[in-house]
Design a protein around this ligand. Structure first.
Ligand code: ZN
Length: 410
């Protein structure tokens, strides 16, 4: 079986951490100078590992094996949140590189093909999972045209600034891939709390968002009697309170919901608010639970509107993300490898966060492996994992990749 080199793995992770380092964290948003520097560094590392490296027109870095397929595509993303942790994405990218090296160094697996990848903009500076969407043929010119970041920078300008204007974009090569593997830090506390070392993702949770609007009548806070008010904020507060009363009755084990944004207009102490907005988001592994929540929202809207005060309107805020099951065949290989290296210390679990594997699974069999996050902290400079856990996870991935590819040998 191939042996990964733990020191080499940790050394490359440390080197990548140094590009855009900010204290213990990393600042490397997609297409920025540091992000592109990291992508060129990765391309060099892929070449040094014997892979054929290229950076495509949206910034995806792919290191292609010179062996013929069937191949595995292994990786994650190297862009970060505006204030990101050092392992979110980076871990899975360097795992792809190390697995490719380990298989190439072992006589029993050196004919197998592993392509390493770092997708672009998983963290949504412009569009979440932009790079994997492009690779999967989901980024149409129409979608792309309207995209800009929070500061109003157009995607096309960022692409040009990064030197990628007119550069060819990679797409799925028909027949080459057996599947896609993505390793990632858990970004939650479950593995650590349960004393487990490896998580094998069964489902990536689905997500739906609803934008609520409440329209009332703006008026004087002293002269407008309570009975006559059409207070948009009161409607919003009632709606939010009832969400927190009704959703628990329909929730499942992994259901979460968040009301992360509220706006009252005009937002003055002595004015009865005439308009209010509330963003509601909910996630679960089950479509039925998500459907149930939408029905509850419809009922609450009807209740509020029946009172004849402020008018409530619910609008889906984004394209819903369906819960995505990971490929059972690939998962079986991961489970066997996990049992070999961490007997009794691995678990099947859902992913509460979205990942590129959720996009790629639409076109390729895909699977994900998690390692523990210390304290469950992520999207923060304090994000960290134990070195021994990082090394173990990569060995499990390497064994699983070798057995997947060996069993598919022509
Ligand atoms: Zn990530």
């Amino acid at each position: 079986m191939p042996q990964i080199d733990g020191e080499r793995l940790l050394g490359d992770l440390a080197a990548l951490r140094g590009i855009g380092a900010s204290g213990p964290g990393v600042v490397r948003p997609a297409f920025g100078a540091r992000d592109m520097e990291a992508r060129h560094w990765l391309a060099d590392r892929f070449e040094a590992a014997g892979l054929e490296a290229s950076i495509d027109g949206v910034g995806n870095v792919v290191g292609r094996s010179r062996n013929s397929g069937p191949a595995l595509l292994i990786g994650s993303h190297s862009d970060t949140q505006p204030t990101g942790g050092w392992l979110d994405g980076a871990l899975g990218v360097i795992y792809g590189l190390e697995v490719a090296r380990a298989l190439a160094e072992d006589a029993g697996s050196r004919d197998l093909a592993v392509d390493a990848v770092s997708w672009q903009d998983e963290e949504s500076r412009f569009l979440g999972c932009l790079g994997s969407r492009s690779f999967c043929g989901l980024l149409t010119a129409e979608i792309e045209q309207g995209i800009s970041d929070g500061d109003g920078v157009a995607l096309a300008d960022a692409i040009a600034e990064a030197g990628l204007e007119g550069v060819a974009r990679l797409g799925l090569e028909e027949g080459r891939y057996l599947g896609f593997l993505e390793a990632h830090i858990e970004q939650g506390p479950q593995l650590e709390d349960d004393g487990k070392l490896i998580g094998i993702v069964d489902t990536i949770v689905g997500l739906r968002g609803i934008d609520m609007t409440f329209e009332g009548q703006q008026n004087h806070a002293g002269t407008t009697m309570m009975a006559g008010r059409k207070d948009a904020a009161t409607a919003l507060f009632e709606f939010a309170h009832r969400v927190n009363e009704e959703f628990p009755k329909a929730m499942a084990e992994r259901t979460v919901w968040t009301m992360g944004r509220a706006v009252l207009e005009p937002g003055a102490v002595s004015i009865v608010p005439g308009r209010a907005e509330l963003s509601l988001q909910f996630r679960d592994v089950s479509t039925a639970v998500l459907d149930g929540f939408e029905e509850i929202v419809d009922g609450l809207v009807a209740d509020i509107n029946a009172k004849g005060k402020a008018t409530a309107t619910a609008r889906r805020s984004r394209t819903p993300i369906a819960p995505t099951e990971m490929d059972p065949g690939l998962r079986a290989h991961l489970m066997r490898a996990a049992e070999t290296h961490a007997a009794g210390k691995w678990v099947e679990m859902p992913s509460g966060a979205f990942h590129d594997a959720g996009i790629v699974s639409g076109v390729l069999p895909s699977a994900m492996l998690f390692i523990p996050s210390i304290g469950g902290i992520s999207h923060d400079f304090a994000e960290d994992s134990h070195g021994t856990d990082i090394v173990l996870g990569c060995q499990v991935l390497a064994d699983a990749a070798a057995s997947m590819l060996a069993s598919a040998r022509p």
